[in-house]
Write a new protein. Structure first.
Length: 258
């Protein structure tokens, strides 16, 4: 089976290019399932019910989130949807779920687990410990498991990939919005990439207006970020998984512009 993973969707530009390009990508890849990180989908920070609905309507099956999960109060209404996942290593008392098992287009069950790193990120439970607990539970339902590791430090993402190799089908890194060129199949059959990239404004700095970011670097003074506008990029990866064994067969990046 084939799974499309879409790197962090940023604002209306990211949503627009997903609408424009995802249906054709699903057809050309004969994809069975689509996962998108949507934690920046509403004006660059957070998600709302309207935005989530818009993303689902173009063919996305599951939306994962990250450190901006609770940036908007409206997210509480979104987290009641079983197909919207917040990081599983938030405390159990936090609203929402961090994992789910879904049926793909080819009838196979696929589990998605959303985790968040702790290096330069909000305080949460240990993603390694949560994965150690959750993966065996998910394996009771399916051997096809995709993990979104939303983290700042590349070392933390790589460590989780190696920690879970052979136990899950794929570990896909998100959050830094810059595609890495280290996609690979680890020796025990887990697809891995440190960052799947960003889907949104191309001509800025990780989706935001360059002027504000540069001013922060030049002066050290806080400057509110604004979304960049103009051309958009559609980035992510396609993972092919053996439907019987759950082992990854291939992983390839994509980067398309409007």
């Amino acid at each position: 089976m084939k799974i499309i993973f879409i790197g962090d969707i940023v604002g209306s530009g990211g949503r627009d290019i997903v609408k424009q390009m995802l249906p054709d990508l699903i057809k050309s890849e004969s994809a069975d399932f689509v996962v998108a990180n949507g934690e920046n989908a509403a004006q660059g920070k957070g998600i709302t019910p309207r935005v989530a609905k818009e993303i689902f309507e173009v063919g996305v099956n599951v939306i994962t989130l990250g450190n901006h999960t609770f940036a908007r109060s409206e997210v509480i209404d979104v987290l009641g949807d079983a197909a919207v996942l917040r990081p599983a290593n938030y405390p159990a008392s936090v609203q929402g779920k961090g994992h789910g098992v879904y049926e793909s287009a080819n009838g196979k069950k696929i589990a998605v687990l959303n985790l968040m790193g702790r290096v330069y990120m909000p305080v949460t439970d240990c993603p390694f410990g949560v994965a150690e607990k959750m993966v065996p539970e998910l394996l009771k339902e399916t051997n096809i498991i995709l993990v979104d590791m939303h983290a700042e430090a590349t070392s933390e993402k790589i460590a989780l990939g190696l920690y879970l190799e052979g136990k899950v089908s794929a570990v896909i890194g998100t959050h830094t919005h810059v595609t890495t060129a280290d996609e690979q199949i680890l020796k025990n059959g887990t697809a891995y990439i440190t960052d799947a990239g960003m889907t949104g404004p191309r001509d800025g700095i990780i989706g935001t207006s360059a002027d504000a970011v540069i001013n922060r670097f030049l002066t050290g003074v806080y400057t509110p970020f604004k979304l960049a506008f103009g051309k958009n990029v559609f980035q992510g990866c396609v993972v092919e998984v053996d439907g019987e064994t759950g082992k990854a067969l291939s992983i390839k990046r994509f980067s398309l512009s409007d």
